[in-house]
Ligand binder design. Sequence first.
Ligand code: PMP
Length: 393
Amino acid sequence: MTATAPTKLDVASLLSRRAHAIDASGIRKVFDLAQHLKNPINLSIGQPDFPVPQTIKDAAIAAIEQDKNGYTPTQGCHELLHAIWTRLGQEFQWHKDPIHGLSAIVTSGTSGGLFLALLCLLNEGDEVIIPDPYFVMYPAMGPLTGGKMVTCDTYPDFRLTAARIERAITPRTKAVLLNSPGNPTGVVLCQREIDDIVDLCRAKNILIISDEIYDEFTFAHARENGRFPSPALRTQDCLLVRGFGKTYGCTGWRLGYAAGPHELVQAMARLQQYTYVCAPSMAQHAAAKMFEVDMQPWVDRFEKRRDMMLDAFKEVAHVTTPGGAFYGFVEVPKHLNMTATQFVEQAIANNVLIIPGKVFSQRDTHFRLSFAQREEVLTEGFAILRGLMLAKQ
Ligand code: PMP
């Protein structure tokens, strides 16, 4: 057997501008620093800390055992699409109407749905308005799609309002990306705010893409008459993008769905056909049962953890009350006179892993912590962070 020759090609010079344009260095730096920690108090994790409900695990195993392992139809397996339409019918009175109305597609994660949507909408230089702070993938979708992601500053209350959006609109704006509950802030928009955005976007012929990956994790006070505020309650001119990973603790299964205007969803299906082909089959078969599982006990537990966080930082640092998800976006107290990145370095030196706001924003004044962690870990981590904040007073 001959030894493989070491690589001689200058592979870096072969990489596209697109590949070079994606900068993941901010978050990588945090994890590099954390590598030296033996047993860190990890408040950086963006996924729930509960196991997949047993009935869902059983359904995935059964699908594999029953040899349901081949490709599914591109748009998704029949049972799951049926479950999705039942859910959308109950929640929004949205019904499948392929002639001039609505369609749905099962995607490889929420990310898959967002990416396909933007690939279908954007020509070179077309613009999408995104909130700042944002989920890390949003700005990256500029170089990936050729479009331009225009950030809309939402400090200090983190509410993406119609007035703020209006200032960012140009003749090239094609879409606005809403994310409520939001990552990294947990802020939930109210229906009134959303309705104003719907009216603005209708007047300007702009599509709303609503990333509702945390919809189930909306706490009682942020619901309105028990309902989750969404543009879909008011219009069919929006693309809903949702996921199963966070809600049921199966982020690695890569499963989400998108529903909205038929022409757009059909275009997404054509692109999916030649890219992802379909979402993972066993996950789709299991997901058909997911809407039947009651996750409310976990949502209630996350709400209690949210309260623990608010309590820990009251009188020490400003945190906007999250209405959902499992993140707090905490302002580094001004008297410390340091950037969030500097504060995070200190926290890591003290064994607590958090993420600087700069990773999610053009500003570097806050940090994100995740309360998807056991209560005793939270108590310990919050005490250390408080200590650091009080140290120099
Ligand atoms: N949108 C938001 C706001 C997120 O926080 C995440 C994951 N952290 C995603 C989309 C992507 O989710 P998925 O794993 O389903 O692709």
